[in-house]
Design a protein around this ligand. Sequence first.
Ligand SMILES: [Mn+2]
Length: 277
Amino acid sequence: MTVTSPPSGNGPWPELHPPPHWRVLDFISDLHLQATEPDTFGAWQRYMASTTADAVFILGDLFEVWVGDDVLDAASDHSPDNAFEQACVAVIAATARTRPVYFMHGNRDFLVGTALAQHCQLQLLADPTVLPFGGQRWLLAHGDALCLDDTAYMAFRAQVRQPAWQQAFLAKPLPERRAIARALREQSAQAQRSAATNQPYGDVHPQAVADLLTATGTTTLLHGHTHLPATHDLGHGRQRVVLSDWDVTATPPRAEVLRLTASNTGTALQVQRLPVA
Ligand SMILES: [Mn+2]
């Protein structure tokens, strides 16, 4: 089923128009799947196999790192991480055979490309994307592009989102890419430890959020990235809904699906946070 529309006549913002029979949409993000955390993978695998939603939206950082779609060609990749990545891809493919699965890039998995999307029938979403659903206009985003106060990260993001940078990176041999990704993660872990605050991911910039809601004609921003799950009333009928990250081994475990359920008339809406662990 193809429901993604090209940018509408309302402006440059991509809009996704769900088919009218959709009632239940699931949103997840920031699972940071990695081979060293099999319990989080297991919880995600069980969720993906059992969800009854009409569609699943993954709003970024599904993977702790994604170094290029050529990891799908296992024969050319001798990393121990490869088997784990293949297992993740199989989970997506199995769910995508039963319902649409959408994917938006996060700051860890922005190199997920069209080859992976085709391989497992994943539908790529631009960041941000407007979603009219349940009588509201939602704005879906990963969230990192709105963390303007983290100037070091914003500079890094501007660099790595350039096609030329990505082409040069993807041209490197897989083992080298994995080593670079590892070094970057260690660097950012170091930076987090030495930061004055306890909040490693920064938070979204309130004015940037307000401006984006105005520009897109939306009322509710739905995003991940900050690992600060909450629903914020922004006044003027506006809200910011933040997804939970997943860490099944944390105390208490964090693993949550945000579910939107529209009434049969398609106008009333229920928002639920469903624990998965
Ligand atoms: Mn993120």
